[in-house]
Write a protein that binds this ligand. Structure first.
Ligand code: GTP
Ligand code: MG
Length: 600
């Protein structure tokens, strides 16, 4: 546990139009809080005098940068200072692009912001743009500093005008600033102490305002979120345990905790927490990498998020409304596959809708834009090809942001604002409950796989009517059976007149029919079987329903016949089926290559 005496830390970003006085204010903050190394201020003043140039507080930062090698107060964009209450890290964003990039990729995270506006110049393009970006990033604690008040003779009227103007703008983007403070970085007015130059101002100083910002709820106190990084099997003979490894993003775990993994909804109790090169721990908290075993042998994979049973659960869906910032040279377009990284999950996704692209400087939005260009900020809807688990940024930022990978590079990123319903929502709830209640066998999945010499899989054979799907399916079943595989062919009619007898012919029966088929497949696959199912013209929506019920990993889809008449994303297409043995051979090769059955 961290000591309660350890001082609180807060990350602040300082933003604003070029030359509006940001660095001067930061220099002042350092000087007036006594955060500078001994003699630094005098040294810089002295060197200015020697070079006969006027002293600038901003120089302090440069001077500290030079000392970086000696490990003192600064690195390239971060400055440290402290008050009695807490330690601050100020991110002096070199440019808004870098800042946004760091924020969306999670390289840095600011909890609060100082937005600087020059009293003489008033609200400029970047004053608005930066304000917009803060709102987009979900930063709600914002103090607006009207700087260089000495240049306008400390006139209240000027302060009031800028304040009113900017407040109007902020209202439009849903930001309610904590306060507006008239300051002079140069003279030190209202930074650390109030100044009689502005007797009309009776508010707080910058320091007081910063200290009054409340910390985001600390990570430890949030619900548990541990994106699963890897699942290892113990290699010792006969040891069936799996080690589930990851870094705890929020919350904590303890031996004996009942966990639920999302998106699958599978649950398990922590049997042991393993230490790497150290003693096994009984509890681990946010910020630490860990690995644990479960009492039950459940099958989960990288990308799932471990949560606790009695805490708020994450969202699970395939449709997300997001705010994003695009950085890649190539525009972000519709109808193209991208990889979305959320936590440790990597999921193929497409832009379903571009709601708006915002010119952040004047808030005009370009209507009906079809693409998101470099450096655009946009609100859009993503459709994933399998469900993801996540949180809304405003609830848990650690699992509420994503990056988009395009051609192996980070093309952009953003924050998740809303989990939207998708067509599988109704099934997902049933599957969660089924997984949650599932009575687990003592026999591990690998043991069955080892005994049967195969990986249980659903082989979906689809295509147009009368293309010989059933003939191929039966032949494949026979072939695999003769090779010693545990295999079963299930004609869709077998289900229709039996399991589905009660819903046959009713409205909406197709969805329910496919759900039931998937549940049967789930049982047979759990038993270790290779199941072959034929169905006419399966669509992508059908497939997503099956994936929702069965999990995304254990399905092979094969389209038979020349014409592909649906939008399904298949694994294998066989157009020439004149020779039955060849067709079966092609399928068999695919199964071998996928490691479902093994080469002789
Ligand atoms: P960039 O980092 O380049 O965007 O600039 P900045 O916002 O960090 O501004 P900086 O603090 O470097 O100040 C820009 C200029 O304004 C410098 O020449 C400062 O001397 C001057 N300046 C800053 N604050 C004050 C102030 O309170 N009063 C007066 N008179 N001049 C100021
Ligand atoms: Mg600067």
């Amino acid at each position: 546990m961290k000591s309660v005496y350890e001082k609180q830390q807060m990350n602040i970003v300082i933003a604003g139009h070029v030359d509006h006085g940001k660095s001067t204010i930061v220099g002042r903050l350092l000087a007036d809080t006594g955060s500078l190394p001994q003699g630094k201020l005098e040294q810089v003043r002295e060197s200015c005098k020697r070079n006969s140039k006027p002293f600038e507080y901003a120089f302090l930062i440069d001077a500290l940068k030079d000392e970086q090698a000696q490990g003192i107060t600064i690195d390239s964009a971060r400055v440290f200072f402290k008050t009695d209450k807490r330690d601050y890290i100020i991110i002096d964003a070199p440019g808004h692009i870098e800042f946004l990039k760091n924020m969306v990729t999670g390289a840095s995270r600011a909890e609060a912001a100082l937005l600087v506006i020059d009293a003489e110049e008033g609200v400029q393009e970047n004053s608005r743009r930066h304000g917009y970006m803060l709102s987009m990033l979900g930063i709600k604690k914002i103090a607006v500093l009207i700087s260089k008040m000495d240049l306008v003779s400390y006139k209240q009227e000027i302060f009031d005008n800028i304040t009113n103007n900017y407040r109007d703008f902020l209202t439009k983007i849903d930001i309610e600033p904590t306060c507006f403070i008239p300051v002079s970085g140069m003279a030190g007015d209202n930074i650390a102490g109030l100044n009689s130059n502005m007797p009309w101002y009776s508010g707080e100083t910058v320091i007081e305002t910063l200290d009054r910002f409340t910390k985001d709820e600390i990570l430890l106190n949030k619900p548990l979120r541990m994106p699963v990084q890897d699942v290892y099997k113990f290699t010792r003979f006969g040891d069936k345990r799996r080690l589930i490894a990851g870094t705890i993003a929020t919350g904590s775990i303890q031996r004996g905790d009942q966990l639920v993994f999302y998106p699958s909804g599978k649950k398990g109790r922590i049997a042991s927490i393993e230490g790497f090169n150290r003693k096994p721990a009984t509890t681990v908290q946010a910020g630490y990498a860990t690995a644990f075993t479960l009492e039950e042998q459940i099958y989960i994979t990288r990308g799932e998020i471990a949560c606790k049973e009695n805490e708020r659960e994450p969202k699970v869906t395939t449709r997300l409304r997001v705010n994003l910032f695009w950085m890649s040279r190539e525009p972000l377009i519709k109808k193209k596959d991208y990889l979305l990284k959320i936590g440790t999950a990597k999921i193929t996704a497409r832009v379903e809708e571009i709601i708006r692209i915002i010119d952040a400087s004047d808030l005009s939005s370009a209507p009906q834009k079809e693409r998101i260009e470099r450096h655009d900020v946009a609100e859009c809807i993503f459709k994933l090809n399998q469900a993801a688990a996540f949180d809304l940024t405003e609830e848990i930022v650690e699992t509420g942001r994503f990056v988009i990978v395009d051609n192996f590079e980070i093309g952009g990123g953003g924050i998740i604002r809303e989990a939207l319903e998708d067509k599988q929502t109704w099934v997902r709830d049933k599957v969660f409950l089924r997984n949650y209640k599932w009575e687990k066998s003592i026999i591990a999945q690998e043991d069955r796989a080892e005994r049967y010499n195969q990986k249980s899989t659903l082989i979906l054979i689809t295509g147009q009517k009368d293309t010989g799907k059933k003939t191929i399916a039966k032949k494949l079943e026979e072939h695999l059976f003769n090779n010693g595989r545990i295999v079963y062919f299930l004609g869709i009619g077998n289900v229709l007149y039996g399991v589905d007898a009660d819903i046959k012919g009713k409205d909406n029966d197709r969805r329910e029919h496919i759900r039931r088929l998937s549940e049967i497949a789930h049982i047979l696959l759990d038993a270790g079987i290779i199941l072959i199912v034929t169905a006419i013209e399966l669509t992508q929506e059908d497939l997503e329903l099956i994936k929702t019920a069965l999990g995304p990993d254990k399905i092979e889809t094969i389209w038979i016949g020349e014409n592909i008449t649906t939008d399904i994303v298949y694994d294998l297409h066989i157009d020439n089926i004149d020779n039955l043995d060849d067709t079966v051979g092609i399928i068999k090769e695919r199964l071998q290559n996928q490691g479902i059955i093994f080469k002789p």
